[in-house]
Ligand binder design. Structure first.
Ligand code: COA
Length: 202
C-alpha cells in the first residue's frame, strides 16, 4: 500500500524531499559535526547535497519509501531526514538532524513515524539499523524504538565501504570484529533489528 503524506507526529511531520529543499538540507549535511557518523563521515558539498536529494527521490519512486524530510511543525523548518533505505543489510532505518534540533526527542519521534509506516501501510516484516559504536545517541534512539542488537556470534564483518555499494569480493576486506558489529567505511557499527507484527496482526 502507498503512504499518505505527510506522516504526522506531535512535533514533526515527514514528507518526501523536493529539489527546492537543497539549500535548507545543505545547512545540515554541510555541517561536519552532524556528518561525523553518517556515510563516509564527511560534510557534504552543495553538489553532493543535491545528489543526495536526487537519490532519495529516485528511491521513493522505485520503492515507495525513502529518506524523508523532517519538518518541525511549530516553525515549518526542515530540520533533517528520517526514513528507510534498501541496502545490502535489508531495509535500513536512518536519521540525521540539524545540530540545534538534538536532545529534544525529535529523532525518536521522527524514526517512530518511519517504523509505524514500515510495519503498517508498507507491510514490511523486518527493519535493520546500523549505529557507529562511537555514536551512543543513535543506538539509544534504536533501543527506545524497540530494536535489539543483531548479534551473529562468529560473524566476520566485512568492510563494505558503503552499505548499498556493489563492492566486488576482491575489494572487500574481512575484519575480526566484535559479535553483532559490521565494518562500514572502516568503522565498526552495531547492528540492530526489529521485527514487525506477525502476518494478520497488523
Ligand atoms: C543521533 C541523533 C539522530 C539523535 O537525535 P536526537 O533528536 O538528539 O535523539 P533523541 O533526543 O530522540 O534521543 C537521543 C537519546 O540518546 C541519549 N544520548 C544522547 N547523547 C548520548 C551519549 N553521548 N551517550 C548516551 N546516550 C546519549 C539521549 O539522552 C536520548 O536518550 P533518552 O531519551 O533515554 O534520554 C542526532 O544526534 C543526529 O542527528 N546526529 C548526527 C547524525 C547521526 O549521527 N545520525 C545517526 C547515524 S547512524
Amino acid at each position: 500500500m502507498s503512504l499518505d503524506f505527510p506522516l504526522l507526529g506531535e512535533r514533526v511531520l515527514l514528507r518526501p524531499f523536493a529539489p527546492g529543499d537543497a539549500p535548507a538540507a545543505h545547512g545540515i549535511y554541510g555541517d561536519p559535526e552532524v556528518m561525523r557518523y553518517v556515510g563516509a563521515g564527511e560534510a557534504a558539498t552543495p553538489d553532493t547535497t543535491e545528489q543526495m536529494i536526487a537519490d532519495y527521490r529516485r528511491h521513493q519512486r522505485e520503492h515507495g519509501f525513502a529518506f524523508w524530510a523532517v519538518i518541525e511543525r511549530s516553525t515549518g523548518r526542515l530540520i533533517g531526514d528520517a526514513g528507510l533505505e534498501v541496502t545490502r543489510f535489508g531495509t535500513e532505518l536512518g536519521y540525521t538532524l540539524a545540530r540545534d534540533a538534538w536532545g529534544r526527542g525529535l529523532a525518536t519521534e521522527a524514526a517512530a513515524l518511519c517504523v509505524e509506516a514500515a510495519f503498517g501501510p508498507l507491510g514490511l516484516s523486518r527493519l535493520v539499523a546500523l549505529a557507529d559504536v562511537e555514536n551512543p545517541a543513535s543506538s539509544r534512539v534504536l533501543e527506545k524504538l524497540g530494536f535489539r542488537p543483531d548479534a551473529a556470534p562468529d560473524e566476520i564483518a566485512t568492510d563494505v565501504g558503503s552499505p548499498d555499494a556493489d563492492v566486488p569480493d576482491a575489494d572487500a576486506r574481512s575484519w575480526a570484529s566484535p559479535p553483532g558489529t559490521v565494518i562500514v567505511y572502516g568503522r565498526p557499527h552495531r547492528r540492530f533489528v526489529r521485527d514487525g507484527p506477525a502476518p494478520g496482526r497488523r
